[in-house]
Ligand binder design. Structure first.
Ligand SMILES: Cc1ncc(COP(=O)(O)O)c(C=O)c1O
Length: 399
């Protein structure tokens, strides 16, 4: 190649180095394989049942009322106020919707906008492992160096000595996802207290992905609660909450999420968000304001529905020979595949989608090194009971 004067142009790499550093999402790839093999998709975390009628109607009404142009870049007033009202009604946090909230295109954008807002070269971010697949590429895109701390199977226990060893003067932030994808772990108040103490000691920020906050399987024998780090001592100004409509209102395709953070961090997040996407879909933000006003019974029903699905799938998996810890929250179960004698998780996931007709996610997608997840696959149970019953019938063929 030459320039207009005939001088040769040095050939540079066509793609960015960042683009070479990670692959396309394995979770989304498994959804494509599910379609190819006409398999039941227990890979990707989206419901196969309808979204609530009132929330859909609110979106239709907003479009008809011509809420069809850009909303304020950091989010329509109505949804920001609804988010703050919901939170402030049950706490003394006093979240300010004008200065502490940013509405984004899903929790996905909320996370990358947050990291872009706070990370400098050389900064380390602590991530629990196994982790939600997006956090790896998010770290690369923002330039953070991830430091992994294991949650140990079975039980997904946290060794606080290992956590403490991961913190240093280079630690800028820790990502805490509770209730957790993929493990189903609900971090306890003492565990979160230990994390908070380390954040204060090392002047680090807690980024808490709380997208499954309403899916916690508490019962009288085993009481559980979702605790937001925002509410812990000394954490109000050093926590960024990531949340969204996808899971709580069964509208993963709407792409409405948000961050909650003190004003200085919020103004940096808002700048990143403005130039990444300008804003989330305006009529769907309007519908979000309606969704966020659901009565407490809505959240109880959501959770009870998932508990029934969890129990159905976990029993079927155990009867078919999988090892597992029954999840305390969210809608996934990481299952041990040692009993089946396949070479690794990817070979087993391919066998399951091609021969048994069920798509799952290979465990290695949730670890920094493939070997750590070689004996695990993740099932999602956010599906209709009929779908899960059919999956159970197919799984019985593994016995
Ligand atoms: C832990 C976690 N965070 C974020 C997301 C993505 O959320 P959103 O649809 O709001 O982008 C998911 C989706 O599976 C998730 O499991």
């Amino acid at each position: 190649m030459t320039d207009p004067t005939g001088k040769p142009i040095a050939r540079r790499g066509r793609l960015s180095q960042k683009a070479e550093l990670f692959t396309e999402s394995v979770i989304r790839e498994m959804t494509r394989k599910a379609m190819l093999h006409d398999a039941i998709n227990l890979a990707q975390g989206f419901p196969d049942f309808p979204a609530p009628a009132a929330i859909k109607q609110a979106a239709i009404d907003a479009i008809k009322a011509d809420v069809n142009q850009y909303a304020i870049t950091w989010g329509a007033k109505s949804i920001r106020e609804a988010i703050a009202d919901k939170l402030n009604a049950n706490s003394s946090l006093g979240v300010d919707p004008t200065r502490e909230l940013t509405v984004t295109c899903g929790a996905t954008e909320a996370m990358i906008a947050t990291l872009l807002a706070i990370i400098n070269p050389g900064d380390e971010v602590i991530v629990f492992e196994p982790f939600y697949e997006n956090y790896g590429p998010d770290a690369i895109l923002s330039g953070a160096t991830p430091r992994y701390v294991p949650l140990e199977f079975p039980g997904w226990t946290l060794d606080t000595a290992k956590l403490e060893a991961a913190f240093s003067d280079r630690t800028k932030a820790i990502i805490v996802n509770t209730p957790n994808n993929p493990t189903g772990k609900v971090f306890s108040r003492p565990e979160l207290g230990a994390i908070a103490e380390l954040c204060r000691r090392y002047d680090a920020i807690a980024i808490t992905d709380e997208i499954y906050e309403h899916i916690v399987y508490s019962d009288p024998q085993r009481p559980l609660e979702h605790v937001s780090m925002l509410a812990l001592d000394g954490m109000r100004d050093r926590t960024v909450v990531i949340n969204g409509m996808s899971k709580t209102y069964s509208v993963t395709g709407w792409r409405v999420g948000w961050t909650i953070a003190e004003p200085e961090i919020t103004s940096a997040i808002r700048k990143m968000h403005d130039f990444l996407t300008v804003g989330a879909a305006a009529p769907l933000q309007e519908a979000g304001a309606t969704a966020l006003k659901q009565p407490p019974a809505y959240y109880d029903e959501l959770c009870d529905g998932y508990r029934e699905r969890r129990d159905l799938l976990c029993s079927a998996l155990e009867e078919s020979g999988f090892g597992l810890t029954v999840p305390d929250g969210a809608y996934y179960v990481m299952a041990d595949i040692s009993a089946f004698g396949h070479s690794d998780d990817v070979a087993f996931a391919d066998f399951l989608v091609e021969e048994i007709g069920i798509a799952v996610v290979p465990g290695s997608s949730f670890y920094s090194e493939a070997g750590k997840g070689a004996r695990q696959v993740r099932f999602a149970f956010c599906k209709r009971l009929e779908t899960l019953r059919e999956a159970a019938r197919r799984l019985a063929r593994l016995r």
